[in-house]
Design a protein around this ligand. Structure first.
Ligand code: PMV
Length: 340
């Protein structure tokens, strides 16, 4: 038996974050979350199932090097779920995968990666390509991957069990001319993975307070997207980013080699950009920030302001020698697709 398929999926950026799980085995989140798919941050994956293969292999296509053992194991475990559903138990796979952006720095490469993998593997195995089913399955690989399946702006419904936790569309990509200027200030991989961060979240003394705020914030962000109300949307998104990082910074971490008072995902440059955003806004440029679990800052503006914003950020970059930031100008994008 030999079966092959390719798929592409975007990373997504959360405006209301997923941080903390109510069931870690099933990756059921503590709360709903809302995101948009990013046009300039994609994973392309080709998978070949072949009964002659002796083991699963994952190759990073751009360098033709094998992926780290830990990642290969996670892929293999995810493929086991899909093989079981398809009744293709013992058939091993070769996975070739490639990101269009740096990984481990606060752009959700696990989201695009597991959305592309789930879509490609389901297509190759002849499983149904229903978006709800794909979204639930992608979630089991990496939680936020479920939001990279539908097109455009998406909400992950937390649900109560395996079948009720998946993402749905809030608005299509062309609904709103939003731009996300993603500023990668460092390509060093973060110290605490999001998987570990989720597990620690409930240890923050502020976690319950955050959960109590979220239903109202979710309603406001969802409604602001639908109404294209940039001000409410931006304000809630920025408050939410600070709320999420407060949890991360106040979840004490015990590691084999020490104790950390919390996960500080920001770098000095991240904070410099965040403070600059507040100034630019005071000067009349409508822009808001958010950050995921890494130092990368995502600047949110309308299409008409993106060139002015880029000039401002460039000026900040050039204000100190030796800086070399990478910029991605993202528009709202479609979700995962099988490639011909
Ligand atoms: O899906 P994970 O385990 O990589 O977690 C994603 C966590 C955040 O990016 C910080 C928030 C989110 O909702 O994407």
């Amino acid at each position: 038996m030999r079966k092959q398929a390719s798929a592409e999926a975007p990373a997504n950026l959360a405006f209301v974050k997923y941080w903390g799980k109510k069931n870690s085995g099933l990756r059921l989140p503590a709360n709903n979350s809302i995101s948009v798919n990013l046009s300039q941050a994609k994973t392309s994956t080709t998978i070949i199932f072949d009964s002659d293969f002796e083991q699963d292999r994952v190759i990073l296509a751009d360098t033709q090097t094998p992926a780290k053992a830990e990642f290969t194991l996670r892929v293999s475990e995810h493929l086991d779920r899909l093989r079981k559903l398809a009744g293709a138990g013992g058939v091993k796979a070769l996975v070739q995968t490639q990101n269009s952006f740096p990984s481990g720095v606060g752009i959700a490469s696990s989201a695009s990666g597991f959305a592309a993998l789930t879509t490609a593997a389901s297509a190759a195995l002849g499983l149904p390509l229903d978006p709800v089913v794909l979204s639930s399955l992608a979630r089991l690989g990496s939680g936020s991957a479920c939001r990279s399946i539908p097109d455009g702006f998406c909400e992950w419904l937390a649900g109560n069990d395996d079948n009720s936790s998946y993402a749905v569309q809030v608005a299509p990509p062309d609904h709103w001319d939003l731009r996300i200027l993603t500023v990668v200030v460092s390509e060093k991989t973060k110290k605490l993975s999001s998987t570990d961060g989720h597990a620690l979240a409930a240890a923050s003394p502020f976690f319950e307070a955050r959960l109590a705020d979220l239903p109202d914030r979710l309603n406001k962000v969802r409604a602001a997207i639908v109404a294209r109300d940039f001000k409410t949307f931006g304000q809630e998104t920025e408050k939410e980013a600070v709320s999420f990082h407060t949890i991360a910074m106040t979840s004490p971490i015990q590691t084999a080699d020490g104790w950390f008072s919390g996960a500080y995902y920001w770098l000095p440059e991240s904070l410099e950009i965040m403070l600059a955003v507040q100034n630019w806004r005071a000067e009349g440029l409508p822009v808001y920030f958010t950050l995921d679990a890494g130092p990368t800052v995502h600047l949110i503006c309308l299409e008409q302001d993106v060139e002015t914003l880029k000039r401002q950020v460039k000026m900040l970059e050039n204000a100190r020698p030796g800086r070399n930031w990478t910029f991605l100008t993202n528009a709202p994008a479609i979700g995962a697709r099988v490639l011909a």
